[in-house]
Write a protein that binds this ligand. Sequence first.
Ligand code: ADP
Ligand code: DP6
Ligand code: CO
Length: 324
Amino acid sequence: MRTATARAHPNIALVKYWGKADEELILPVAGSMSMTLDAFATTTTVTLDPEADEDSFVLNGSPATGTALARTTRFLDHVRELAGSRERAHVDSMNEAPTAAGLASSASGFAALALAASRAFGLALDERALSRLARRGSGSACRSVVDRYAVWHAGTDDETSYAEQIDAPDLRLVIVTVDGAQKAVSSREGMRRTAATSPFYDAWITSTARTLEEMVRACAAGDPTRIGEITESHALRMHAVIASSEPPVRYLAPASVAVFDTAAALRAQGVFAHTTADAGPNVCVLTTPADAERVAEAVSAHGSVRIVGPGPGAHLVDETVDAG
Ligand code: ADP
Ligand code: DP6
Ligand code: CO
């Protein structure tokens, strides 16, 4: 029996990925940049089962069905292809963050699955290969393979589209969980709709490529203020292009918008606070270690808050290989 357990954390993009150039390979229309968190991990165990003729997947203690099961099975097909195996597997995964609520469960989920499955199937992938594999499960997962801060190079094919670590100042995110319920429109579906219907989509693609270059420069210069400004304006641009789809999609709730306003008021008082949100109502306020408590206190009226910092990439926790 071969079994492997891996852990990975969600990552929150400071320059967002929203749109695919290739749906099959999950190549993005532009690069992106993120912080891997030090909290809200996913822990995933993959056990090969020589007797089974189908994969099985238990997510957060319940058997997964439908799209969630299909995505995992499809992902295991990629791993089997790489490993030259036909064996089926049992996957058991727990998310510490809410699932499908805009706190990057697909990122931590597929990064943990990429590592656990590759080990269970006997593969030893380096960081870049693991990032490329995780990308096939969920684009954002390629960044959760990496420690602390990551840039996902958009690339032009499977080999050239992967995330790698970059240096950036030590910052914090105040995560405000406004609503832990599953979103009505998945990131995958929302992206398709934006690409198919938004008149602003081309501008989103070209401007994101430029924004990423600017973000990389701000990180290299160690300029937290510029990093914060880019983070908030890029998040709002993403929500704007999403809202311009047809039928429209709106991920932010009134309480999410209230967090943007609270952070803006703090900023006017000289506090470091710049807001971002992924595809869901939950919001993250980028701040410094020194200002984190003050920000957390100010936004606590809008949801449950947690201060997180840059955390580790996907890592193996346990591995058992025996001949039986
Ligand atoms: P999120 O904002 O949480 O990333 P997405 O819409 O991108 O939401 O993705 C949610 C989907 O990701 C789930 O419906 C499921 O298919 C998949 N997913 C979430 N957690 C895991 C996990 N631990 N293992 C495998 N797949 C997962
Ligand atoms: C808003 O990576 O979840 O969080 O590749 O279809 O699985 P798929 O989408 P996903 O999209 C993430 C969108 C985002 C922004 C980001 O994380 O960069
Ligand atoms: Co996701």
